[in-house]
Design a protein around this ligand. Structure first.
Ligand SMILES: [Zn+2]
Ligand SMILES: [Zn+2]
Length: 213
């Protein structure tokens, strides 16, 4: 599916929606929403795509939109400047370390037309009880919703509010130690002490009453 018009409209500073689709594996409403969130946040904070950790994102969901946020903002799980606190909310906070400014972007759900019909179809499609016609209708509705999410006015889709909070601490480089139970190298800060032995989390779960070091 080709939906790169949004990226073109916002200029070359932002990756096209197609790049997010390539990264995510499919085009979907959640990805489109994350794309709008990411661009809105960068505009609100006047930042371009960072190369290191000057922009930090705290995502309150682990759904599809997080992938668009990673592609567009450069806040990624691996760099440590993407923190996922999965509270099941379509809300994302962004902190600019350079300016000290921060915003929380909340996705308002109200605008999506035919949402309940689409949810009914989704249940059928994913439980394998949908007819081929229903499956086709579901995918057509998903594509239409994705398109409308990419073009709806920002203020209809998102609520952006400034935050006074400080960003979470910078990603730390953890010293590596060896788990005394399984013998595998593990980041020191992720170990637990179980009966006097420093072990990794899986080993601590297999043991009894682990204590934090
Ligand atoms: Zn998706
Ligand atoms: Zn272990």
């Amino acid at each position: 599916m080709c939906e790169n018009h949004e990226g073109a409209r916002h200029g070359p500073a932002y990756p096209a929606f197609d790049e997010c689709v390539r990264f995510h594996g499919h085009s979907c409403p959640g990805l489109a929403t994350g794309y709008r969130v990411a661009i809105a946040a960068m505009k609100a904070l006047s930042v371009n795509r960072p190369f290191d950790e000057e922009l930090v994102c705290v995502a309150e969901t682990d759904a599809c939109g997080v992938d668009a946020v990673q592609v567009v903002t450069g806040c990624t799980a691996g760099k440590g400047n993407l923190v996922i606190r999965d509270w099941g909310k379509h809300a994302f906070s962004f902190f600019s370390r350079d300016s000290g400014k921060a915003v929380r972007v909340l996705v308002k759900n109200s605008h999506i037309p035919g949402r309940s019909a689409m949810d009914d179809l989704r249940r059928k499609v994913f439980s394998g009880t949908a007819t081929p016609e229903e499956t086709a209708r579901f995918h057509a509705m998903m594509a239409e919703t994705t398109r409308s999410l990419l073009s709806v006015p920002e203020s209809d889709l998102l609520e952006i509010r400034e935050l006074a909070e400080k960003p979470p601490e910078k990603a730390r480089i953890f010293a590596s130690v060896v788990c005394e139970a399984c013998g595998e190298p593990v980041a020191d800060a992720r170990t637990r002490v179980v009966r006097g032995r420093r072990v990794c989390i899986p080993c601590s779960l297999a043991g009894e009453s682990p204590e934090r070091p």
